[in-house]
Design a protein around this ligand. Sequence first.
Ligand code: CP
Ligand code: NVA
Length: 305
Amino acid sequence: MKNLLSIEQLSADEIKDLLALGHQLKAERGQHTVLPLKGQTWALIFSKSSTRTRVSFEVGISELGGRPMFLSFHDIQLGRGEPIEDTARVLGRMIHGAAIRTYGQDEVENFAHYAQIPTINALTDEEHPCQILADLLTLEEVYGVGSWKDMKVAFIGDGDNNMSRSWMWAAKRLGFTLAIGAPDAYLPVEEYRKRIDCPNIIYTTDPIEAVKDATIINTDTWISMGQEDEKQTKELHFLPYQVNNELLSHAAKQHSVFHCLPAYRGKEITAEVLEAFAPVIFTEAENRLHAQKAVLTTLAQNRYS
Ligand code: CP
Ligand code: NVA
């Protein structure tokens, strides 16, 4: 593993290794004896807002001995139209790695190709791999290592966004059952379903069917970054897909609700449900730090191999 560009590009073993290292780094926080990023500078190039991703990368890079350099898209020449290929070739000669948050998956892939340094997808319109690794880490903390094997996970809301797609690839790689419950127009398109070709993913417009006997009930904002113009139409479609107590009455007995945050109370999740599951939801947020430290450590180790 030279980059983390998507869950799609990871193997099951790579995911399991990252989770094992994430648990270890979490247990050893504050006592790291090895600093794999010592003397290195890692850039965070962001064209979309962020709280969790930015802070967890800045803190994680520092805790591993490196120096984070935050570069807002608007403050560098990228924002004035300098091609990503040129930006990548410049940064590749100066820094040791990069985490990029942007729109197109091709931008992150091109950066990795031209910079020739370890590159991490810190969210694109296509995937949010760092979040899914943190979510799997959280799932294992609550239910046990490898417990996803016999589990049903539900994703309720926009079935065609970065979070649902990363969950889909995790289900494909690890083999757990994933049910996507979304309005017809927001289920993954046929072409994508064929590409993923995964018999353990259920696609349904019925939120109750999706949640039925699920242990993990996931949701995310109905309006992803960059889709603000679609707010009014989308909200009307999504109202029946709110994660509320009535919907949760169909879930498995020992269920947990996951939300990558930021959350919009009264929209995709009720305030009551969010607060009831706050311990696990904010653990997911904290686990961004530990999961990404595992990614950074692995990429730094593989850099010269
Ligand atoms: N979950 C997540 O990626 O949060 P931020 O947008 O705050 O980074
Ligand atoms: N799907 C959301 C995730 C935010 C962390 C978005 O892209 O805005």
